[in-house]
Design a protein. Structure first.
Length: 320
């Protein structure tokens, strides 16, 4: 059986990490695309030279030519600009919208049958711009953020409860911004809901509230420490989990920025919700029940995403 092909558009911090992980996990052949000349070629060669040591067989190619995306089964997009300390993700909207349109055109022309995972920020809006430019079916274009935000939430909870990260389940919904909604009620250790663990004396409401806020600020915490860019190891791991679920038809239930029309009272918007990812792409939107507080937080987050969508529309109107 021929190997799958994973194309990585953007070969920077996340792109390079994605290439290494895709190799280590034997996901297939890997093409690294970037506008920077030499850099994707250099990273591809470097990772190829790690393959004999790590024991994986994959063709690794670096390129500056969109034609090399041909035949890609999965495309993961990180092209664009990350934020620096003092910036919000939303500050990237102007520059990264232009990048998403160029990348969308490249995907449309070369691999319209691929499953596309967008990572570029501001995420929920960029995945919509990318989808529109690529013209792919909505279920084949999805954004990565919820897996990352939930992983942060899980990690902080595991630290607090002093248990394995593997036993902590947690969901973060909504837009990938300051208004994201970590759902305490749907978070659990080995099936025991967090509110029950508070009653059992494992933690306090105050500490859980602090963890919720730290999760919301998770990206900014790392930007503040790195100073020159943003997180890239955990974002790459998160996108690889989504790609693997598609390629292996695992039907994982993962929080992703998916196009929601009908569910959650939404009328067609990319925003973070739990979905099932399988061989057909986003196979199902999982509509969970939200209580009044959760609903209010979710609506607030949806409002923030919609406001940014309007900014993109106004940019277009101004540009004529
Ligand atoms: N969704 C999330 O959860 C999440 C997490 C982390 C980072 N991000 C975002 O991902 C993006 C990438 O982050 P990074 O750390 O890899 O940044 P990076 O600067 O290391 O890499 C970005 C790469 O994109 C390339 N690029 C720029 N314009 C391009 C174009 N038109 N076509 C192709 N390539 C182009 C650059 O040359 C660079 O190599 C940023 O927007 C960042 O905010 C999102
Ligand atoms: O915080 C950022 O700008 C990058 C990313 O969205 C993250 O959450 O790490």
């Amino acid at each position: 059986m021929a190997r799958n092909k994973i194309a990585l558009v953007g070969a920077g911090n996340i792109g390079g990490t994605l290439a290494l992980l895709a190799g280590l996990k034997d996901l297939g052949d890997i093409t690294l695309f970037d506008i920077a000349e030499g850099m994707p070629q250099g990273k591809a060669l470097d990772i190829a030279q790690a393959s004999p040591v790590e024991g994986f067989d994959a063709v690794l190619k670096g390129t500056n030519d969109y034609a090399d995306l041909k035949g890609a089964d999965v495309v993961i997009v990180t092209a664009g600009v990350p934020r620096k300390p003092g910036m919000s993700r939303d500050d990237l909207v102007g520059i990264n919208t232009k990048v998403m349109r160029a990348v969308g055109a490249g995907i449309k022309a070369n691999c319209p049958d691929a499953f596309v995972i967008c990572i570029t920020n501001p995420l929920d809006v960029m995945v919509g711009v990318l989808r529109d430019a690529a013209g792919l079916p909505y279920e084949k274009v999805v954004g990565m953020a919820g897996v990352l935000d939930s992983a942060r939430f899980r990690y902080f909870l595991a630290e607090e409860f002093k248990v394995s990260v593997e036993d902590v389940n947690a969901f973060v919904l909504g837009g990938h911004g300051d208004t994201m909604v970590p759902l305490v009620r749907y978070s659990a250790v080995a099936g025991i809901p967090v509110p029950d663990l508070i009653k059992m004396g494992w933690s306090t409401q105050e500490k859980i509230d602090q963890i919720v806020q730290r999760t919301r600020d998770g990206g900014a915490e790392i930007v503040g420490l790195l100073k020159t860019g943003s997180a890239f190891y955990a974002p790459a791991s998160s996108a690889i989990q989504m790609a693997e679920s598609y390629l292996k038809d695992k039907k994982r239930v993962l929080p992703c920025a998916a196009y929601v029309k009908g569910a959650y009272g939404l009328d067609g918007l990319y925003v973070g919700v739990p979905v099932v990812i399988g061989a057909k792409g986003v196979e199902r939107i999982v509509e969970i029940e939200l209580n009044a507080d959760e609903q209010k937080m979710f609506e607030n987050s949806v409002g923030a995403v919609k406001a940014l969508v309007e900014i993109v529309k106004n940019m277009d109107a101004t540009a004529g």
